[in-house]
Ligand binder design. Structure first.
Ligand SMILES: *[C@@H]1O[C@H](CO)[C@@H](O)[C@H](O)[C@H]1NC(C)=O
Length: 113
């Protein structure tokens, strides 16, 4: 089972770093991805998933501190630490995908990937 995802992007005052870049988890294992960023101000964090041969799909929008549960995945956000985590508790074949986060910055009218 291979879960992989990207990377580091910069938009004027936003720096986004998703780790690890590649993650392999055995069936039933827990797998976690951390999306850390630095933004002087931001609105929300978005998580997307792209299954092979498919378009990226939006999974969730995180706005407030705390955790949310969707599709057997836990998403957390700490606005002060500027970190959002995605945690798959029970990895299965269906989780094999490219995952990525995006931070909606308050940065010259665009959503930053
Ligand atoms: C995200 O994961 C890191 C590494 O496990 C942990 O130190 C941090 O507290 C987590 N933050 C949130 C908001 O879940």
């Amino acid at each position: 089972l291979l879960l992989s995802f990207s990377f580091t992007l910069i938009c004027s005052r936003i720096l986004l770093n998703q780790t690890p870049q590649n993650l392999q988890a055995s069936l039933g294992e827990q797998a976690a991805i951390t999306c850390g960023f630095k933004a002087s101000s931001f609105g929300s964090v978005q998580w997307y998933r792209q299954l092979s041969n498919s378009r990226p799909e939006h999974i969730i929008t995180c706005v407030s501190d705390g955790t949310e549960y969707k599709d057997n995945i836990i998403f957390s956000l700490s606005r002060s630490d500027q970190v959002s985590n995605l945690t798959i508790l029970n990895s299965g074949i269906q989780h094999s995908a490219l995952y990525f986060c995006a931070v909606q910055a308050h940065c010259a009218h665009h959503t930053v990937w």
